[in-house]
Ligand binder design. Structure first.
Ligand SMILES: NC(=O)c1ccc[n+]([C@@H]2O[C@H](COP(=O)([O-])OP(=O)(O)OC[C@H]3O[C@@H](n4cnc5c(N)ncnc54)[C@H](OP(=O)(O)O)[C@@H]3O)[C@@H](O)[C@H]2O)c1
Ligand SMILES: [Zn+2]
Length: 362
């Protein structure tokens, strides 16, 4: 399908926005393009919280050429004094002629007010161009605003017979290099990646972005026992930060050992996925990637900490009655009780396959 000029400009806004992937929490990903006579005269993106918004960078870039121009931006311009002055006023002052907005601000308290302010100032406003793509890029931001919780993604890799490890717990690797690189890219876009203590003991993972570049997400370990090895890649905090969350008063000596290594330690009682998500929300996180085994994944699904699933399927069969599967016991007994997914997409990567879908919200 070929895109018209307006669509192309909005897609370019999304591309610009992605330059700050993983760096904007709790703010959205926003890109802005300013056009005169079908030529780009200014562009910008929001680099991160506390910094100017995309519109401001694009206006600075366009200078005098913003006068009478058309502005494309994937999210409704803000209309309130936050950490920075409102973008609506900057657009009005620059005397732009038209603003094309990808989607309205999801915050019910301000939704539509930026658009109204621009219209009141005599600026032509078009809303909803390439809206599905705009919504998807900021799905974590939208969810966080509406539900006061971070967005949770459960990612796992399994064999065609539904096993995430062998009967002995060995799991490196289920999938090939290309699939693992796709996971590294996903980590760039997420603010935290979570595993449980067992995955640390069994797999000794790095949980970094490797070749996919910056930024690394905060690596989070949930462990009730704190019975964890003294040698682990996650305790190497040179490349990426690590946070270990345990329950109150558990193994103070090991807590001290971790802190001496530069690992942050927090206590939450009771230690549940929902509590961890509430804690990460307070720390301004947008998106959290669950890369845990089936026990923790089941808990996270049950308590509403997961909203999207990304499953990799390797064309392999490993067998084993007791080999673990991606989700342990959910307490369901009838097939009619199954958790349903919607908006499924799928594809192949290297020799493996991926399937992604959203948990059906009732
Ligand atoms: N193929 C894949 O995609 C993949 C991904 C991850 C893991 N794995 C495999 O999965 C196996 C580990 O599975 P697992 O299910 O034991 O995974 P896990 O990710 O280690 O989660 C379980 C651990 O989480 C901790 N935990 C903290 N709070 C919890 C809570 N409220 N509910 C449940 N657990 C809580 C406990 O650690 P403590 O025992 O320290 O208290 C528990 O042992 C390993 O064999 C690993 O290789 C495979
Ligand atoms: Zn703004």
């Amino acid at each position: 399908m070929t895109l018209n000029f307006d669509q192309e400009m909005m897609q370019y806004c999304l591309k610009l926005a992605c330059q700050a992937l993983g760096k904007t929490a709790p703010n959205p990903l926003v890109g802005c393009v300013i056009v005169q006579d079908k030529k780009i005269v200014g562009e910008g993106f929001h680099p991160g919280a506390g910094q100017p918004h995309a519109e401001v960078f694009a206006l600075r870039n366009a200078g005098e050429k913003a006068k009478g121009a058309t502005v494309y931006v994937n999210l409704e311009p803000c209309n309130h004094f936050g950490r920075t002055p409102p973008c609506t006023e900057a657009l009005i002052q620059a005397e732009v002629a038209k603003v094309v907005v990808g989607m309205v601000d999801p915050n019910p308290l301000v939704s539509g007010t930026g658009i109204q302010r621009l219209k009141d100032a005599g600026i032509e406003v078009i809303v909803g161009l390439e809206e599905p793509d705009c919504q998807q890029l900021n799905e974590a931001f939208v969810y966080r605003i509406l539900h006061q919780k971070p967005w949770g993604i459960l990612k796992y890799a399994m064999t065609l017979d539904g096993k995430i490890a062998t009967t002995t717990g060995h799991s490196s690797w289920v999938t090939g290099t290309e699939a693992r690189q796709k996971v590294h890219q996903l980590r760039v876009a997420c603010d935290a990646v979570i595993v449980g203590g067992n995955t640390v003991r069994r797999d000794n993972p790095w949980l970094t972005t490797h070749e996919a570049g910056e930024p690394n997400p905060l690596r989070v370990v949930m462990s009730r026992t704190l019975d964890l090895p003294k040698q682990a890649h996650l305790w190497d905090t040179q490349e990426a930060k690590t946070l270990v969350i345990t329950e109150e008063g558990v193994n103070p000596d090991f807590q001290q050992f971790l802190q001496n290594k530069g690992v942050e330690v927090a206590e939450l009682s009771p230690l549940t996925p929902a509590q961890v998500m509430a804690y990460l929300y307070k720390r301004q996180f947008l998106s959290v990637l669950w890369e845990c085994g089936g026990t923790l994944a089941a808990q996270a699904l049950v308590d509403g900490s997961i909203h999207k699933i990304l499953a990799f399927i390797a064309p392999k069969i490993i067998g084993g009655k007791t080999a673990p599967s991606p989700v342990a016991d959910l307490g369901l007994t009838q097939m009619t009780e199954a958790l349903l997914l919607e908006r499924m997409t799928w594809g192949s990567v290297g020799k493996d396959f991926w399937i992604e879908g959203y948990l059906f919200q009732t």
